[in-house]
Design a protein around this ligand. Sequence first.
Ligand SMILES: [Zn+2]
Length: 62
Amino acid sequence: MKGKIKGTIYCPVCNKDKIVVYEGASGLSSYKCSNCRRLRLVDYDTMSAELGEPEKGLFSNK
Ligand SMILES: [Zn+2]
């Protein structure tokens, strides 16, 4: 195994989609739930997730 698992974070909306976090991971990341399709903001330092919408325009051309 390459890394130790630090823990898992579940989707705060549907509580189903799971993110496995390995030791050494830190910072924030947005993550789209594969179950409910909502965007989450994942904090690897506190091992928590909340609903997070990216800045408008980030994923579009306009
Ligand atoms: Zn979800």
